[in-house]
Design a protein around this ligand. Structure first.
Ligand SMILES: Cc1cc2nc3c(=O)[nH]c(=O)nc-3n(C[C@H](O)[C@H](O)[C@H](O)COP(=O)(O)OP(=O)(O)OC[C@H]3O[C@@H](n4cnc5c(N)ncnc54)[C@H](O)[C@@H]3O)c2cc1C
Length: 443
């Protein structure tokens, strides 16, 4: 049975948005997708771009290529600024658009918890540019260390502080340890007597908080064995270009601060006149829609929903399942049918620590650690990576790393060299200017 041509606007082509579009395409609806960038980003592998394991092209996929076969879906590369719920209209930087249904899947941004100096000097991983900037920076501090005659400055250049013991912090620290201890030591023979330091700071008393204690312990021991200094119950309160300040008043001399301590809803959430919950997330009803506005859905990292008394986590599976559900909910409404409330099906969670080692808390309470968990992690990430070429290239890079104990992408692509860089040009495009400014400050 054909349904009437209603206008659906989907904001965001991340994990959630892609699923909504897949579910709505071919169902007789007028679907418009908006995203401020022209590619889908596979955030879970950004840390591998930052640590020179895979190139940036492998984790991004053109949205127009995703939609090529979906002739009934229109893509607009644009940014949504505000939403007029009363008149059912979104205001983009390119003008207004009317909707019958609106799906907001704009994701999240890094939460610096109001620590301005940290925000100014830390690196985070949310955008593709962030990962490339971080890789450039890591390799650049080594180049600087190789020329540095002052031992203290050299040590600070080779000290990396990772804040946040969640999956992103753990994965980054493990991969950085392998890059610095096994690859860069060979690239920089002049630094062979020095050991780089990776210091992981976690405000809580354990790593990987949502995982079972035995997997947390395994992760801690594994990281320590890999040379990562893990300091639990340690909070950061500030930063300068060459130091990290801790709550207990002490300081770590370091030119690299990586912040993986939390996320908050994308700024678009502020465009909704509803009271936000923790992390600025938007509370949604059982159908993942706004209270009093059943035609507006919010999914993924932007949304807040509890299930069995616990908040749903900001992970890709929640966004994807939310996207599938909302597509079904819209079609059901158009057909005058009822749909059961959204229920998240937790397939488990994983984190990779390094070569041969990962932890996985899987369906049915099965806990995996070590090689098996690592294999499962590799398979799953390849499966969800969008694009055949991306899968093949990523697999080749992983194989190269595995068999040669080497990293393929050890390139500094920022020009000119950081320490001799000119002041940031006023008319540079915003991303370049921002990156250059950040690198100038930190480097
Ligand atoms: C470094 C890192 C590692 C991670 N690792 C894992 C992992 O291993 N496993 C896991 O399950 N999850 C992981 N996550 C979390 C996972 O990536 C997110 O939960 C997931 O991406 C959320 O999906 P989403 O659809 O809500 O948002 P996203 O995938 O972030 O997509 C949001 C989209 O909205 C667009 N957008 C934002 N604002 C606007 C606007 N105003 N106008 C137009 N478009 C806009 C963005 O450009 C983006 O394309 C990781 C996240 C990060 C940052």
């Amino acid at each position: 049975m054909e349904v009437a041509m209603k206008k659906v606007i989907v904001v965001g082509m991340g994990f959630g948005g892609v699923r909504v579009v897949n579910g709505l395409s071919g169902k007789g609806l007028d679907v418009t997708v908006l995203d401020r960038r022209n590619f889908h980003l596979f955030q879970p592998l950004l840390y591998q771009v930052a640590t020179a394991m895979i190139d940036q092209d492998s984790v991004a996929y053109s949205i127009r290529a995703i939609l090529r076969k979906r002739k009934d879906v229109r893509f607009l590369m644009s940014s949504v600024q505000s939403i007029d719920l009363t008149n059912k209209r979104v205001l983009t930087i390119d003008g207004p658009l009317d909707y019958d249904y609106l799906v907001l899947a704009a994701g999240s941004v890094t939460n610096f918890f109001g620590l301005d100096s940290v925000q100014q000097h830390a690196f985070d991983l949310k955008q593709l540019n962030d990962a490339v900037s971080l890789r450039n920076h890591i390799l650049s501090v080594y180049e600087r260390a190789a020329k540095e005659t002052d031992t203290k400055v050299r040590e600070a250049l080779m000290t990396f502080v990772v804040v946040g013991g969640g999956p992103t912090g753990v994965e980054f620290a493990g991969s950085l340890s392998e890059l610095t201890h096994h690859v860069l030591t060979k690239d920089f023979p002049e630094l062979h007597t020095e050991k780089s330091r990776i210091i992981m700071l976690e405000a809580m008393d354990r790593l990987l908080a949502p995982f079972p204690p035995e997997l947390q312990q395994y992760t801690l021991h594994k990281l320590q064995k890999m040379g990562v200094e893990v300091r639990l119950n340690t909070a950061v309160v500030g930063a300068t270009p060459d130091s990290v300040q801790l709550k207990d008043g002490s300081e770590i001399a370091s030119h690299t601060l990586f912040w993986a301590a939390g996320v908050k809803a994308a700024p678009l959430a502020d465009a909704l006149p509803v009271e936000k919950t923790r992390g600025g997330r938007v509370p949604v009803e059982a159908e993942l829609s706004l209270k009093d506005h059943p035609e507006v859905f919010v999914i993924g990292d932007m949304a807040y929903r509890e299930q069995d008394g616990v908040a749903l986590p900001g992970v890709a599976q929640v966004a994807m399942q939310g996207g599938d559900y909302v597509a079904k909910a819209i079609i059901a409404r158009e057909r005058g049918q009822q749909i059961a409330p959204f229920r998240y099906f937790n397939k488990g969670s994983m984190a990779v620590i390094g070569r041969h080692s990962a932890v996985a808390n899987t369906l049915g309470g099965l806990k995996l650690k070590g090689f098996l968990a690592w294999l499962a992690w590799l398979g799953l990430h390849l499966f969800y990576l969008i694009g055949f070429r991306n899968r093949v290239v990523t697999l080749l890079n992983w194989a190269y790393e595995y068999f040669r104990y080497n990293r393929q992408v050890r390139l500094i692509t920022s020009e000119p060299p950081l320490q001799e860089g000119p002041p940031v040009q006023e008319n540079a495009p915003p991303d370049e200017a921002e990156t250059a400014e950040k690198l100038r400050l930190v480097g």
